[in-house]
Structures are given as structure tokens and as C-alpha cells.
Design a protein around this ligand. Structure first.
Ligand code: NZQ
Ligand code: ZN
Length: 380
């Protein structure tokens, strides 16, 4: 086990009716800017619950943070927040609204253009931020990360700031999710676990078992959710799994990969493909190309998550990769670039971008432009 410091300060407020807690969780002397996406919260009653809970507070609203939040939109929110002297932010939405609001929380205290902060990669001088989560997937409600896009240049980069002060998770708000967003949320959660698990063997038994528990839960609940996404306990487990997959709890003392994510971000930046969907395509490629380096962990995953125990190591690895792809397809997602009309031009462009940036992703830094190309060729 590697050395680590663990500190997650986000207060989780979970369950039916808990949005009402906003009334007491945010001090009444705060000037709050509530941030939203494109309007789903008006259709499913979340907006009304938030407004009711905050009726005694001083609030303004910012609408229109889009999926894969863009700097172009967030600059407008920062300008409004500065003008209105906002000193508390409440993000109501999925990962995109929350991520975008993390950049706003830093941008409000920054004199220059907020894109500088994204290029710098982190900024912890922020105003407080809380969230009402409406889509289980990213873990953004309980981590300090965000991913911000710049549409004009088709770029998408990670950015780190502070954790939300608190996050409210009511599983009922997920009942209105489009099935494709649920599928992408499950895929995203699954790959978050693998980015922290499918690395080096024998670093921590307890992290391995926690990670496998989350993977097993996803494999168990995914088909049930497809049958009935209005089952409260099922959606509560989905929400908890997504939060626990990327809030630091399974990362203590173990190596992390994140190459699949970094390649996936390029697919979103270049083609607008939904985040979780990009991962469902890229992951098999990462597992195939790095099968030797990840051998022990792929075998362990095959055995403990999919029950694959017989055959040579090579056969078992093949079978585990096949089962993983089958899992994504069972969610209703495609798993090949060509199925999305993406071809060699994009693969070459991603290789070019990675080479230009001089990046080396993955637990051993092996994924550069050339290896990213090999990975994508596997899933063409
Ligand atoms: O905008 P509205 O109208 O609210 O609709 C949204 C959006 O169109 C809709 N939606 C959300 N909750 C709903 C709902 N529709 C009906 N009922 C509800 N309850 O779903 C659509 C997608 O929302 P979005 O927030 O984009 O999805 P997600 O939560 O998957 O977030 C994706 C973003 O998060 C980043 C991704 O890269 C992407 O930009 N990530 C953030 C991470 C982090 N902060 O740690 C890690 C992840 O790996 C990921 O990269
Ligand atoms: Zn992700």
C-alpha cells in the first residue's frame, strides 16, 4: 500500500424529501446563485422543491450549463455572479452543472479569464459550493474534480478545486432520467472503479474488495434498472455506487490509471459523444493493449466480478474483456468507434494531440500518442 492522505469534507444528505434540508444547511445571510442545466429540473419537480426550501433566502438563478460545460457559458455565469456579489453557489443538476459550478466558484475570486484556471489545472481559492445531484455518474457531488470544455477549439480538460460543502442525493429525482443517460451513468461509474482498480496487484486487499463490491453491485442492478427505473431502493444503490466510485474511498494507497478517461475526453471534445459512452468504447482497447501490464488485475476482476475461473491466463483475459464489452452492450450502448461513425481521422488527431502535449497517462505513464492510437485501433 502506498502512502496517502485521505480527507473528504463533503457532507452527504441522502434520501427522499431531503432537498427540504437546503433551508437549514445554507446560512440565510448568504447571497446564493443557483445554477441549472437545460431545464429537466422544471419537469421533474426538483426546481419547485429547491425554491420552496430556499424561500427565505436571497437567491438568483443561472440557467443553461450544458452537458460538457463550456468556458463560453461559464464566463457568463461568472460575470453575473460578480455583478450580484454572490457568496454561495448551489449547483442543481448532473455532473456538468456541478463541474461548471466548481469553475464558477474559483472564477468569482479571480480577476482574469477563467480559462487561465483550467489551463493551470487547479485553484482552491473559491467561494463555497453545495449541490443537489440529479444524475448518478460522475461523483462530482463528493469530489474536487471537474472537466471543462472549450467548444471553439474542441478541447476538454480536467480542473481541480474544492469539494462541495454538502450534497443532497434524493434517489427519486433519478426517476425522470432518459434511459441513455442512465446507461452512460452506469458505464461511467463502472470505469471510475476500474481506473482505480485495474492497475497493480497486491497493493491493498481492502481497496480491491471495496472496488469489486461496487462492480458487483453495478452488474447486479443494471438489468433491474433497465426493467424499472422507478424502484427507489435500486436507484438509491445506483446513486451510492456512483458517489462511492469517485470520492476517494477506493483510491487509498493504490495506483490509478485514467488513460481511458483522457482518451474518452478527446472523443467527446471532437464528436460530442456522451462521456460514459466514450468510456464504454475505449475501455476494451485499454484492457487489450495493456493486457500484460494489467494481467494479474484483469484475472482477479474476471474471477471475482464475472466468475471466470477456468482456462489459460490468456483465455481468461480474453473472456474478461468480452464480458466487459457484453456488459456495456447490455446497457444499450455501442462499443465500437465505427458504430458512431468515428474513423481513422479522429484516431490520428488524438495521437497528434497527445504527442503535441507530451502526455504519458496510465499507472506507469505508458499511454502516449502512439499507445492511445493502438488502443483506439482495437475498438475501431
Ligand atoms: O441539462 P438538463 O436539462 O438538466 O438535462 C441533463 C442533461 O441533458 C439530463 N438530466 C440530468 N438529470 C436529469 C436529467 N434529465 C432528466 N432527469 C434528471 N434527473 O442529463 C443530461 C446529461 O447531464 P450531465 O450533467 O451532462 O451528465 P453527467 O452527470 O454524466 O456529467 C457529465 C460531465 O461530467 C464530467 C464529464 O466529462 C462530463 O463533462 N465528469 C466529471 C467528473 C468529476 N467531476 O469528477 C468525472 C467524470 O469522469 C466525468 O469526466
Ligand atoms: Zn468518468
Amino acid at each position: 500500500m502506498n502512502n496517502f492522505i485521505f480527507h473528504n469534507p463533503t457532507k452527504l444528505i441522502m434520501g427522499h424529501g431531503m432537498i427540504a434540508k437546503l433551508s437549514t444547511e445554507i446560512p440565510v445571510d448568504k447571497k446564493i446563485m443557483i445554477t441549472f442545466g437545460g431545464g429537466s429540473v422544471k419537469k421533474n419537480g426538483v426546481y419547485d422543491q429547491v425554491k420552496e426550501a430556499l424561500k427565505a433566502h436571497n437567491t438568483i438563478e443561472f440557467w443553461g450549463i450544458e452537458p460538457n460545460p463550456s468556458i463560453e457559458t461559464l464566463r457568463k455565469a461568472i460575470a453575473l455572479g460578480k455583478e450580484e456579489k454572490v457568496d454561495f453557489l448551489l449547483a442543481v443538476g448532473g455532473g456538468s452543472v456541478i463541474d461548471g459550478t466548481k469553475l464558477i466558484s474559483a472564477g468569482l475570486l479571480y480577476e482574469g479569464d477563467a480559462w487561465d484556471l483550467v489551463l493551470k489545472g487547479n485553484e482552491t481559492h473559491t467561494i463555497p459550493l453545495a449541490t443537489v445531484l440529479t444524475l448518478p455518474a460522475t461523483g462530482s457531488e463528493m469530489n474536487s474534480g471537474a472537466v471543462i470544455s472549450r467548444h471553439e477549439a474542441k478541447e476538454k480538460y480536467p480542473f481541480y478545486s474544492n469539494f462541495p460543502v454538502f450534497s443532497i442525493l434524493d434517489p427519486e429525482v433519478t426517476f425522470s432520467l432518459p434511459p441513455h443517460q442512465i446507461a452512460c451513468g452506469i458505464a461511467d461509474t463502472f470505469v471510475h472503479v476500474l481506473e482505480q482498480y485495474l492497475t497493480k496487484a497486491n497493493e491493498s486487499r481492502v481497496m480491491d474488495r471495496w472496488a469489486e463490491g461496487l462492480l458487483q453491485t453495478l452488474v447486479e442492478i443494471a438489468p433491474k434498472i433497465r426493467e424499472n427505473q422507478h424502484d427507489y431502493n435500486l436507484m438509491a444503490d445506483f446513486m451510492m455506487t456512483a458517489t462511492m466510485a469517485l470520492n476517494g474511498f477506493i483510491a487509498m494507497g493504490v495506483s490509478q490509471d485514467w488513460a481511458t478517461h483522457m482518451i474518452g475526453h478527446e472523443l467527446t471534445a471532437l464528436h460530442g459523444l456522451t462521456h460514459g459512452h466514450t468510456l464504454a468504447i475505449v475501455l476494451q482497447g485499454t484492457m487489450s493493449v495493456l493486457r500484460k501490464e494489467k494481467e494479474a488485475k484483469i484475472l482477479q476482476m474476471g474471477e471475482r466480478v464475472f466468475g471466470i475461473t477456468s482456462g489459460t491466463n490468456n483465455k481468461r483475459i480474453d473472456e474478461t474483456i468480452r464480458k466487459t464489452e457484453e456488459f456495456f452492450r447490455s446497457l444499450g450502448l455501442t462499443t465500437r468507434l465505427s458504430e458512431e461513425g468515428i474513423g481513422m481521422e479522429t484516431i490520428d488527431e488524438i495521437e497528434r494531440r497527445f504527442n503535441e502535449r507530451g502526455v504519458h497517462f496510465g499507472e506507469d505513464g505508458l499511454v502516449d500518442g502512439k499507445v492511445a492510437k493502438e488502443i483506439l485501433l482495437q475498438v475501431l
